[in-house]
Design a protein around this ligand. Structure first.
Ligand code: SF4
Length: 544
């Protein structure tokens, strides 16, 4: 017989939210695991003793965590979504018939709370991951990505000159078809702070683009403008900067730098920076903060993995001073040796193909502050040399300029081309890049919905907190045996050969699994390392 369900709304219900939320539900487990009571104490001073009660600070953070777990970036949509989810209501501590906070209260509270509070929560969640054995600490992978700011390129206006430079302003305004009337927004007009030589270089570059016979894509559009962070800004969000990735349109972005522990992919650090900076200038700050956070949790960083964007002599030196091995490829233009000009380390001099010396002549400081070493051949030698037309046709003598960090570069170059260096590159690519992909696709980091660098930092921290929490509950929460596994794999790290699925292991298979000591060579398929549950069951050990 066909059944038919009739619905008649009841006036009174006998219902308990806790009965309806399954035991293994993510939000139920979060409610049982996450102790946010410290937030009451940390936010007490931000409120007065009279007036209407504020949003509960713990509820505020729980709402934010839900937003990033559910990939919802709009506060209004978040409140709508939460009010329809029984498990989320249970996590928030609200009953079905209770009204959730008004959405604009969330954005005002976000502005009210300092970055340090968000950072404290991030540290607490990170400590949870450490306690469950998900963080090894020794190897950290660093990377960065531009994250779209909540500002439009259409609203970009020229900066005011720092000194009265009416002609310059007029020129910039004329070029862009704008007037100073457009200086509207939430802040007073910004001033040009870039040094004169950089402005000249930028102007030359723009002139080359205008004179180029091949016009840039989109250059014929009536709204097309040549813009630079040195001369333009967005008055609604002055911290957002113009940046682009090759092949993609220019946008106003924030720069997100992140460090990820390679054991289980837990985020160990995240920060917001201006998008017009280079990766390399942020590495020192990232390294110090990661070391500090790991140190507080009793862990030590020994290896740091990053791409060539972080290549910089000062960075190599900083890592070496801190006893950290930097697995950072040297940037493309670096040459470990100059062809035909061998270097004598003891005498600190080069010699040329004619056997003449190029001794060290002194230091030189570039406009960007980098220090270089000068090596010159004697003008007398070059003048009398038959090879001068080929060697130095336009100058009096041959000059070689090297960085003061040449030794550090050479060591980094050797590491980069070693077998371990190649493995470390793959490890970096398989660790930090997927985490960035997850944050932007599934944890609400595709766009910064708030204004200002401090706001962007809070957003990034919350996305990282949600990511780590989910990982903690899925992989590590309450499973201490993973810590034991991590310790064993750490011990074997340097005597272990890691094979991918595509690497056949038949070469050794004829030997069959035999008994081995702890420091024998171990062949293990890499994906198993990422699934510790199956690791012990299928690990096969072969003797060397
Ligand atoms: S031109 Fe000067 S540097 Fe070049 S080969 Fe001759 S002596 Fe050496």
């Amino acid at each position: 017989m066909q059944g038919r369900k009739n619905y008649t709304e009841k006036l009174f219900l006998s219902f308990r939210l806790s009965d309806r939320v399954p035991k293994d539900n993510l939000y139920r487990r979060l409610r049982e695991t996450l102790d946010l009571s410290f937030i009451y104490k940390d936010t007490k001073e931000l409120y007065g003793s009279t007036g209407n009660p504020s949003i509960d600070p713990v509820v505020f953070f729980k709402l934010l965590i839900t937003g990033y777990l559910e990939n919802i970036t709009s506060d209004r949509k978040l409140v709508e979504h939460c009010s329809m989810r029984m498990d989320v209501l249970y996590f928030l501590g609200y009953d079905l018939d209770e009204e959730l906070p008004w959405h604009s209260t969330i954005s005002r509270t976000r502005q009210l709370y300092p970055e340090s509070l968000f950072l404290t929560l991030f540290n607490k969640v990170f400590a949870l991951c450490v306690d469950s054995g998900m963080v090894s600490g020794h190897t950290q992978a660093v990377d960065s990505a531009p994250i779209k700011a909540n500002a439009s390129m259409e609203s970009v206006v020229p900066k005011m000159p720092a000194t009265p430079m009416k002609s310059h302003l007029k020129k910039v305004s004329e070029e862009n078809g704008e007037t100073t009337k457009k200086h509207v927004g939430t802040v007073s007009p910004a001033h040009i702070t870039a040094p004169e030589h950089e402005l000249k270089r930028m102007e030359k570059h723009h002139q080359n683009l205008r004179d180029s016979p091949v016009r840039l894509a989109g250059a014929s559009h009536k709204k097309a403008r040549l813009l630079s962070n040195k001369t333009h800004y967005n008055p609604y969000d002055p911290d957002a900067r113009i940046s682009f990735k090759p092949g993609k349109a220019r946008k106003l972005n924030y720069h997100c730098s992140m460090a990820v522990d390679t054991a289980e992919g837990v985020i160990s650090h995240i920060q917001a920076d201006f998008a017009d900076g280079r990766d390399s200038q942020y590495l020192k700050g990232i390294g110090l903060r990661v070391q500090g956070r790991l140190g507080k949790n009793g862990l030590v960083m020994t290896d740091l993995l990053a791409d060539a964007g972080y290549s910089n002599g000062a960075n190599y030196d900083f890592l070496e001073q801190g006893k950290v091995t930097g697995w950072i490829p040297v940037f493309g233009k670096y040459k470990p040796e100059i062809k035909g000009f061998p270097y004598d380390r003891e005498r600190d001099e080069y010699s040329c193909p004619m056997g003449r010396p190029l001794p060290f002549k002194g230091f030189r400081t570039n406009k960007d502050g980098s220090v270089l070493k000068n090596y010159w051949a004697s003008p007398k030698d070059c003048k009398a040399c038959p090879m001068k037309p080929q060697c130095v046709p336009k100058t009096k003598c041959k000059k070689i300029i090297r960085t003061i960090y040449d030794e550090q570069y050479l060591r980094a170059y050797a590491r980069q081309h070693s077998e371990k260096g190649k493995r470390m590159k793959k490890l970096r690519q398989s660790t930090v890049e997927p985490v960035f992909g997850s944050l932007t696709q599934f944890y609400g980091l595709r766009k910064i919905g708030v204004l200002g660098k401090a706001g962007a930092h809070k957003v990034m921290l919350m996305a990282a907190i949600a990511f780590n929490l989910k990982k903690y509950l899925r992989k590590g929460g309450g499973r201490p045996f993973i810590g034991i596994l991590s310790t064993i794999t750490d011990t074997l790290k340097d005597c272990m050969t890691v094979f991918h699925w595509s690497n056949p292991i038949e070469t050794d298979s004829h030997k069959g699994p035999i008994k081995t000591t702890l420091f024998s060579r171990i062949l293990v398929q890499r994906p198993l390392l990422q699934q510790p549950r199956t690791f012990f069951g299928t690990l096969t050990i072969f003797a060397n």
